[in-house]
Write a protein that binds this ligand. Sequence first.
Ligand code: GRF
Length: 224
Amino acid sequence: MSRPSSPLPRLVVLASGRGSNLQALLDAIAAGTLDAKVVGVFSDKPGSAALQRVPEPLRWSARPKDFADRAAFDAALGDALDRARPDWIVCAGYMRILGPALVERFAGRMLNIHPSLLPLYPGLDTHARALAAGDAEHGASVHFVTAELDAGAVIAQVRVPVMAGDDADALAARVLGHEHPLLLGVVRLAVAGRIAEHGATVLLDGHPLFTPLQLDCDHLILNA
Ligand code: GRF
C-alpha cells in the first residue's frame, strides 16, 4: 500500500508589478524543481501583470485608497492571507510597506527579495544609487521581513558586477536575471524546513548563519 504523500508547502506571493520573480517560482513548480504550490497571488495593484500569471481563483487584490488607513488595509490583507493558509509568504516586488501588526502576524514566514546588497540601499532606486556611488558590484538579497523596511535578517545574496556604461535599467536587468535563481534557492530551503528566523539571526539547519549564503552558478553556497 502506498503511503499518502504529505501535502505540498503552500506559498502566497505578494507582488505589485510585473511578477517575473513569481513566474520563476511558477516555472520551477511546473518543472518539478520546487516542491510547493502557489495558493495565492496578492496585490495592492488590481491591474498588476503579476496577478495575470495565475488563474483567477488564486488572485486577491485591493486598492489601499479604498481603506481608511494602512492598518485597515493590512487587516484585510492579513485576513485574506489567513484564509489562504500559507506556509510561506514571499514578497516579490511588493511595493507597499507592511505595517508592524501585519509583519508580527506572519513573523518568521515572510520573505522579501530586494535588489541590493543589503544593508546597502534599502528602499527605492537601488540601481541608480549604486551607480551614483561608483560601486563596482551590486546585487540582490533575500531576507526575512521585519517591521523595519528591508532590514530583516539576510538569508542569501547574489553579487553582480557593474559594467562600464551601465545605466540603471541595464544594471537592473542584469541583477534581475540573478534574482530568479536566488529567490528560488531560498524558497527551496524554506519549504524544505531548513531555514528559520531567530531574532536578528538566520538559522540554517538549526545553526546560525554568520554571513548570508551566496549564489554561485545558480547554487546557494556558504561563504567561505
Ligand atoms: C525586483 O527587482 C525585486 O527585487 C524588487 O522588485 C522587482 C520585482 O520584479 N523588489 P518582478 O515584479 O518580480 O519582475
